[in-house]
Write a new protein. Structure first.
Lengths: 289, 414
């Protein structure tokens, strides 16, 4: 295979793997926005909390995969009170809720700063195996991330489309007031959705922790991309979010072969602007009712 | 009742008056000299800010113990730059306008230093950063700015000379995408060409990048023999891991800082054989003099560069600059007779061209501040990771790395 084609394939694969992590985070954001109508500015910081917890739990538990199970439980303990005491009182007041989530973001960041500290640190590799692919000694751990992300995404899909709880959530996304009128305990759905969405962000953080640098500000890097993916995919469309995450990150990967990665990031924003100009409601978004 | 209250108030005022005048007449204490520090306590440079702040405090603790500066005690005010230029400039202003400091030290970030330099001139306060982007002794510096460390030009001049003679002729540069990285890229390219080498590709990577594979894969020409890199901290860890995955054979020469605060033994085969420039050897054995031993004791650091008690690895690459700067200020203030802000021009003229002798206050050797551009005469060391240990393999004396000044601040007014 010619060198340049190898490069493109490699970068495409690399991009897709990041795309899967972003898909997890964006899906969480999309669920929260779809069901609760909340623009959660603290979503990126829940990703950060997941990564920081993974940083501490990995040496503590001795097993990275255990961290993957334990972190969502810890996040549930953090997310549930946030929903009940910070978000639910301001339900319906979108601007106030958004500001409240900014406050949550500050609290999470400062808490991490006070405990984890200000220095970005690298975590050890959970699986120190490398594969020789496309001329690069590629870390095997990245394939594991991809595999686990796919499993989680499929599980979430099955949950949302094949279980009764999933129907409750999707009904609430479609029309919350109607769902409440039909006798659905909307408060339980709200808390459950927020916890699920936050857990997805945190799992994204756990998976990303070994390949990225864990720092108290790392949430800021992903939250913007997550919002873009949700909007491009179409507000309220979970499938759209998934498609947008994978395509945008794959595209960024391929563009890095021609341009520098920094320029590719900028190019993605141009792509986003073009898409929104042509289809303001995103690729799969519902038309405004 | 009213008469009683009035008498009481007058009585209290008299007592207060006696109390105050007693204070004035009693010990005529000299007013303190206030010194501000813009430290990088959080963000990408937090590890550096930690060791710099500790070193500055140790230096002024020694100065205060020995009687202060011109008999006046020194008060320190420390603010956090968050490793961001905008925040650093804001904190600089706060130190001067809110706390009334007379001098400001530190920031390791070239970005912060470049942002603070014009503020120093505007507020007429001497500023001594520990950042090394060459423009700080050029068009981004000014008469009030005295960076206390080596410049990227000195570092890369030494690097290029050693590189061509001992490592290879065909190079690729990989630098952090901000002022310090650009400075390294431009200067190394300039000097390597002068010494007969070539730079085949220049790669720039944003700070905080964790995945370096897209930046390195397919971007390093096959003929490249070696990489000159300018990054640090966890960026360095990601870089060295990903470079090894892409080109395990390539030789590596790091700019000053690259290996700072790293646990060399934990770096593994990816880092073996890496060279690194430094103005100050990490290990005591690299400069085993009485003054250096005394200096390391005073800043509470062991022979390997770890803080005694906490085990935290100090970033020794530049914190000697934040040790020497307080003593440079002390000597210049006492020599010029500086008493307050109005005397600052006199103080600047004293600092320009001033010389200092080797000793515990200047452990690396004699030092001279060049009058035209404030460049200190700093020599360079080349360290190398050999079997998991850091060893000094070469020393380039200060005279060999000096270069003609780019500016003449003495033509500037105050």
């Amino acid at each position: 295979m010619p060198e340049s084609l190898l490069n493109v394939l490699f970068l495409l694969m690399n991009g897709l793997i990041w795309g899967l992590i972003i898909a997890l985070i964006a899906l969480g954001l999309s669920l929260i926005f779809g069901v609760m109508g909340i623009v959660n500015m603290a979503h990126g910081d829940l990703y950060m909390v997941g990564a920081v917890l993974a940083f501490y739990l990995f040496p503590l538990l001795g097993n990275f995969w255990l961290a993957l199970l334990v972190v969502p439980l810890i996040i549930a303990l953090i997310a549930a009170p946030i929903e009940r005491f910070v978000l639910r009182p301001y339900e319906g007041h979108h601007a106030v809720t958004m500001i409240a989530t900014v406050g949550i973001s500050f609290i999470l960041q400062q808490a991490a700063l006070a405990t984890y500290g200000g220095v970005p640190k690298k975590m050890a590799d959970p699986w120190a195996v490398s594969f020789n692919l496309f001329g690069v000694s590629y870390p095997g751990y990245r394939f594991l991330i991809a595999a686990i992300s796919i499993v989680i995404l499929v599980a979430i899909g099955l949950f949302l489309y094949r279980t009764s709880y999933g129907i409750l959530i999707r009904a609430s996304i479609q029309d919350k007031d109607m769902a409440a009128a039909m006798g659905i305990d909307i408060n339980k759905v709200l808390v459950g959705t927020f916890v699920l969405g936050s857990a997805l962000a945190a799992i994204g953080g756990v998976l990303a922790a070994p390949i990225t640098q864990v720092s108290y500000l790392m949430g800021n890097d992903v939250v913007l991309l997550a919002f873009i993916v949700v909007i491009i995919g179409g507000l309220g469309s979970l499938g759209g979010t998934l498609v947008a995450a994978l395509s945008l990150c794959a595209l960024e990967g391929v563009l890095s072969a021609l341009l520098s990665p920094t320029q590719s990031k900028a190019a993605i924003f141009v792509v986003m602007i073009i898409i929104l100009m042509i289809r303001p409601r995103g690729l799969f978004g519902e038309p405004e009712r | 009742m009213k008469k009683g209250a009035a008498a009481l108030i007058i009585g209290l005022l008299i007592v207060a008056g006696i109390g105050f005048s007693g204070d004035l007449l009693g010990q005529a204490k000299k007013p303190p000299i206030k010194i501000g520090v813009v430290a990088d306590k959080t963000g990408g440079l937090a590890a550096y800010g930690y060791s710099h702040e500790k070193t500055i405090r140790a230096a002024f603790a020694k100065i205060n113990k020995d009687g202060g500066i011109a008999g006046r005690p020194v008060e320190l005010y420390v603010e956090d730059t968050e490793s961001k230029p905008s925040v650093g400039a804001l904190k600089f202003r706060k130190l001067v306008e809110t706390y009334g400091v007379d001098f400001v030290l530190d920031s390791n970030s070239s970005g912060v230093a470049v942002a603070c330099a014009p503020v120093a001139k505007e507020l007429k306060v001497i500023y001594m950063p520990s950042a090394d982007a060459s423009e700080l002794w050029g068009d981004k510096g000014n008469r009030y700015v005295f960076p206390a460390c080596s410049s990227v030009s000195q570092e890369t001049k030494a690097a290029a000379r050693y590189a061509v003679k001992n490592i290879g002729k065909k190079w690729v540069t990989v630098v952090a995408n901000y002022a310090w990285g650009w400075s390294n890229e431009e200067e190394f390219t300039r000097f390597i060409k002068q010494d007969g080498g070539t730079v085949l590709a220049s790669i720039r990577v944003p700070l905080g990048t964790s995945d370096w594979l897209p930046y390195l894969k397919g971007k390093i020409p096959k003929e490249a023999e070696a990489v000159y890199f300018a990054n640090f901290g966890s960026d360095f860890l990601s870089f060295i891991r990903d470079l090894y995955a892409v080109r395990p054979d390539i030789k590596k020469l790091g700019a000053v800082y690259a290996l700072s605060a790293q646990d060399i033994k934990k770096l593994g085969p990816a880092a073996e054989g890496t060279y690194c420039m430094t103005p100050y050897p990490t290990m005591l054995e690299g400069l085993n003099t009485k003054s250096n031993k005394a200096y390391r004791e005073l800043i509470n650091v062991d022979a390997e560069g770890r803080e005694i008690g906490t085990g935290v690895r100090f970033v020794l690459a530049f914190n000697w600059a934040m040790w020497e700067a307080p003593f440079e200020l002390k000597a210049a203030i006492e020599k010029s007779g500086w008493q307050g802000k109005l005397d600052t021009p006199k103080l600047i003229q004293t600092l320009e061209g001033m010389s200092f002798k080797e000793g515990v206050e200047f452990p690396r050797g004699d030092l001279k501040i060049r009058a035209e551009d404030h460049l200190p005469s700093v020599g360079m060391y080349v360290e190398r990771i050999v079997n998991g240990d850091l060893k000094v393999v070469s020393h380039v004396p200060a005279a060999d790395v000096m270069y003609p000044p780019l500016v003449n601040y003495q033509k500037e007014g105050f």
